[in-house]
Design a protein around this ligand. Structure first.
Ligand code: GDD
Ligand code: MN
Length: 436
């Protein structure tokens, strides 16, 4: 079962449009039993984001908003719409969703989603993004272990144009507060395992386990997402179209309230998730290659083989001289002095033989080599003869039609007839005698 796709926005929401009531940034907060944290978190996030967007709009930065738009942006109602906070709660027994709902009158940018039925951290994030309206999609834990101050640097990076910004414990300014040896090893071990199974995905960021990041909507729009367990970032890296990536250091804080939901199951899910993405990567590669091959073959079949046709034409031209020479030798009084018809028939047949040999050795050499042996050679020759014979008949019909019915000059009519019959001869010999 697929969790679903995040739809692209109908219109690309530009920053300048934000003050016309469009959302720039949607921050998802997945929660499960975080009733004690949610109020403080919403308060801090709101203060921080209000301040951030106010500052952005106040600054006289022409790249950010045009002057006229700045004037109208003084309207605080519009500014409020710059971002939205979406709490996605999995029907927590401690009624986190209820606490959050009660906050809504005080925080106009807050939205609450209470999920009943579906469960799990990663899918909660996807569902949140599906309901989101922003151009930049973010996620932050609901227990204040991710310091909200980092958001400003992350937003700056996104507004600079990267597709993904990850808050990382493993770059300058990052770390963990006081994790024991075992926990550090477990965390690093998981990362190493990820590098072994899925190097192209896990190796792209220093902290692939991070649940604190932002991604441009267009980078994941319409990619079917089907995450498992906790690590939504690897799903984004594995399935999205992520080009430029930035990282911002942060220190993973200790939990003040509530408790972690991590159990051994999350480790199992992590490994299964890696394997799922790996097999998907392989299948996509194979499918791509197959698609390419089919496309190439089709292209080859549909393309008119101009080079071959040119060779065929030259061979045909040589046939005229062979025909002439034989015809002279047989019919001329100084040599054999045979009858006209007998001479012509033999001359024509020798010319056909000449053309056949040149075509078999040159024009259609590659195809002839695939049909080896005397029997097949004779078969090709007989077919070539029949097609050319029919060509002569066609030549007569066209010549007559053009000359008698359409009143075309007889030389021009003959030229047209020869052109058409050459194409006829070429095409049917290609398809039937040498068979592509
Ligand atoms: N909706 C929903 N459903 N939320 C959930 C669920 C769930 O099934 N399980 C956990 N959450 C929420 C928690 O309420 C919390 O807000 C957040 O997801 C993280 O859960 P924790 O249980 O606190 O996880 P953690 O702190 O041990 O693990 C974190 O490890 C990474 C660093 O190694 C992850 O959550 C990452 O986000 C973090 O960066
Ligand atoms: Mn936590």
């Amino acid at each position: 079962i697929q969790t679903g796709v995040v739809k692209d926005l109908a219109i690309e929401v530009g920053l300048a449009k934000a003050n016309q009531g469009q959302v720039i940034f949607s921050l998802i907060v997945p929660t499960y039993n975080e009733s004690k944290n949610v109020e403080r978190l919403v308060e801090i996030l709101t203060r921080l984001l209000d301040e951030y967007f106010n500052r952005k709009f106040d600054r006289n930065d022409r790249n950010f908003v045009s002057e006229s738009e700045q004037k109208s942006s003084n309207n605080p109602n519009n500014l409020n719409k710059c971002y939205e906070l979406i709490i996605v709660d999995d029907d927590s027994p401690d009624l986190t969703w209820q606490v959050a709902l009660d906050l809504m009158p005080r925080y106009p940018n807050l939205r609450v989603m209470r999920r009943q039925g579906e469960k799990g951290l990663s899918t909660a994030v996807i569902r949140g993004w599906q309901a989101a309206q922003g151009r930049i999609l973010g996620v932050i834990d609901g227990d204040l272990q991710h310091p909200p101050e980092t958001l400003t640097q992350m937003l700056d990076a996104m507004l600079d144009g990267v597709d993904l910004v990850v808050a990382s414990r493993h770059v300058a300014g990052g770390g963990v507060s006081d994790w024991g040896f075992l926990r550090r090893m477990l965390s690093r071990g998981a990362q190493m395992l990820g590098l072994l199974i899925l190097p192209n995905v896990i190796g792209r960021v220093s902290d692939p386990m991070s649940g604190y990041f932002m991604v441009r909507r267009t980078a994941i729009a319409n990619c079917p997402m089907n995450p498992l367990g906790y690590k939504i970032l690897i799903e984004v890296l594995g399935r999205g179209n992520i080009q430029a990536v930035a990282e911002v250091g942060y220190v993973f804080q200790e939990r003040q309230e509530g408790e972690s939901k991590v159990t051994w199951r999350q480790y199992v899910h992590y490994i299964l998730h890696l394997l799922r993405l790996r097999s998907r990567g392989r299948i996509t590669k194979i499918r791509k290659k197959l698609h390419q091959e089919i496309h190439q073959k089709l292209h080859q079949k549909l393309r008119f083989p101009a080079k071959r046709f040119l060779k065929f034409g030259l061979v045909g031209f040589s046939g005229v001289f062979v025909d002439m020479a034989i015809f002279y030798l047989l019919s001329d009084a100084s040599t054999l002095a045979w009858g006209l018809t007998r001479s012509k028939v033999i001359a024509a047949e020798v010319a056909v033989l000449n053309n056949f040999l040149w075509n078999d050795l040159w024009t259609f050499r590659d195809l002839a080599q695939q049909q080896f042996g005397w029997k097949k050679l004779i078969k090709r020759f007989v077919k070539f003869n029949l097609i050319c014979l029919l060509g002569i008949g066609l030549n007569l019909i066209i010549l007559n039609l053009l000359f008698n019915y359409f009143g075309v000059n007889k030389y021009i009519a003959n030229l047209i007839a020869i052109a058409i019959v050459t194409i006829w001869n070429f095409w049917f010999n290609l398809k039937l005698s040498w068979r592509v």
